[in-house]
Ligand binder design. Structure first.
Ligand SMILES: [Cu+2]
Length: 170
């Protein structure tokens, strides 16, 4: 019984995790991959999970995207980059939890703030309260109230699984 509940809860979290995979156009809405954005502020309002994508958009040649180590990030060092992207519509998938560092190597752009640190956290973390054992009695109303805002069959399946789990636990 307990094992079945755990399996249902994990399935629900996995479905929700996939449903929440997001694409972030770096610097939007105030800019793109350029010098108009304070990237520390930009990332602070977001939570990145495995499966999400970053898209760096810029005119080819005016900027570039180098993935680098923390040391290179801190000192704006362009040599020994982990990866270099230059096509102006560079899509980078965040595949696993961890911290990744990107900078622009053109001119003094990095020193002027054109660099971004992305902390990727496990996707299940923010979903845990929905299916967590020991939820308060009022919890079952939460999935129901959010149903109208969730679209798609995958999300619907996850929602049903959560409701099922909540019902079995009640
Ligand atoms: Cu640049």
């Amino acid at each position: 019984m307990a094992r079945a509940l755990a399996v249902v809860a994990v399935m629900a979290m996995a479905v929700f995790g996939m449903a929440s995979a997001a694409t972030y156009n770096v610097g939007e809405p105030g800019g793109s991959w350029d010098l108009r954005t304070n990237y520390a502020d930009w990332v602070a309002s977001k939570r990145f999970h495995p499966g999400d994508e970053l898209v760096f958009k810029y005119p080819v040649g005016q900027h570039d995207v180098l993935e680098v180590t923390k040391e290179a990030f801190d000192s704006c060092t362009a040599s020994n980059a982990i990866a270099t992207h230059t096509n102006g519509n560079d899509i980078i998938r965040l595949t696993a939890p961890g911290t990744r560092y990107f900078l622009c190597s053109i001119g003094t752009h990095c020193a002027n703030g054109m660099k971004i640190q992305v902390n990727v956290v496990p996707g299940a973390t923010s979903m845990a309260p929905a299916g967590a054992p020991g939820s308060s009695p009022s919890t079952p109303s939460t999935p129901g109230s959010s149903a109208s805002t969730i679209k798609g069959t995958a999300a619907g399946f996850g929602l049903a699984a959560v409701i099922l789990a909540a019902g079995l636990m009640a």
